[in-house]
Design a binder for this molecule. Structure first.
Ligand SMILES: [Zn+2]
Length: 300
């Protein structure tokens, strides 16, 4: 059994566990101005499962075509599943979850689904540097957050027809994004946590103890429903203190939507993690690096 993890840009990964192929999110076909990841949906011939963290286009767009090409089943929130069904993915390939479920993926592989939080994307337009301290925006009501989100999406739609097309594919209705989920994979080689947006419930992270944690590094962190009072690096360090993983892999930190995103300089994150969790290794991956993710335990 060999477990490999391949970063495919934004928060999309391909996890192979022996012969089992699992996509974590599916946003491979990005706007032309984003750096290419070296793989397109049309080149994917094998997938057994697609596990989607939340229903925004930069996570779900492409899952509908991978599912149709390969017959893979999609695990995601009820909103993710609704969008996939609307794009013609057969119901038999859809597994709606809300957190609390354990989904068996193969005889010796299962994934636990846990409730999570989205980053406070409503609190800013554009991405801050990882070391930049942001404070304020506490206690903003849901209605005000939704109003700011509508403004943000209207602005994103002005970034060009490609972005508009991607937004339309994952068009959220009036009911919002359906919430964010965390996934804890249990494999014969170890456990892997997948997070695709910078938010969490601290009480849920505490005690999970995954061997490897994929953590999103973009935007304003969300701790228990409130924007982190500090930097993205400090937010990640807090998550790592709670999780105590052997290894961390970052996601969402590349320039996936030029004009909105930016390639995050990882240096402040590297320094903060070294300070608070010296035993945890930060595995810095390039696109399509296909790392043996559980191999060679860190002994720092
Ligand atoms: Zn999102």
């Amino acid at each position: 059994m060999r477990v490999t993890l391949d970063w495919l840009g934004c928060a999309t990964f391909r996890l192979t566990i022996g012969s089992l192929v699992v996509f974590l999110d599916a946003y491979l076909d990005r706007v032309p101005s984003a750096p290419p990841v070296g793989l397109t949906v049309d080149e994917i011939d094998r997938a057994d499962w697609i596990v989607v963290g939340h229903s925004h286009f930069d996570h779900v767009y492409g899952a509908e075509r991978i599912a149709k090409r390969t017959g893979a089943a999609i695990v995601g929130s009820y909103e993710t599943v609704r969008i996939m069904a609307a794009h013609g993915v057969p119901e038999a390939q859809l597994v709606p979850v809300a957190g609390g479920e354990t989904v068996r993926l193969a005889e010796d592989v299962a994934v636990r689904v846990l409730p999570s939080q989205h980053s406070c994307v409503w609190s800013h337009r554009g991405m801050s540097d990882a070391g930049e301290v942001c404070i304020g925006d506490l206690g903003v009501t849901h209605q005000e957050q939704q109003r700011r989100m509508r403004e943000l999406f209207a602005w994103l739609a002005t970034l060009g027809s490609e972005v508009l097309g991607h937004l339309r594919i994952s068009a959220q209705g009036a009911r919002g994004d359906g919430g964010s989920l965390l996934y804890l994979f249990e494999t014969p080689e170890g456990s892997l946590l997948f997070q695709d947006t910078s938010g969490c419930w601290t009480g849920i992270l505490a005690g999970l103890r995954p061997d490897v944690a994929i953590l999103a590094a973009a935007g304003r962190g969300n701790l228990d429903g409130q924007p982190v009072q500090g930097s993205l690096s400090q937010f990640l360090a807090r998550e790592v203190e709670l999780l105590r993983p052997r290894r961390v892999v970052l996601s969402h930190h590349d320039d996936w939507l030029p004009g909105f995103s930016r390639a995050i300089d990882v240096a402040p994150i590297r320094a903060e993690l070294r300070r608070v969790a010296p035993a945890t290794e930060l595995l810095e991956m390039g696109y399509r690096a296909a790392a043996a993710v559980f191999a060679n335990p860190a002994k720092s």
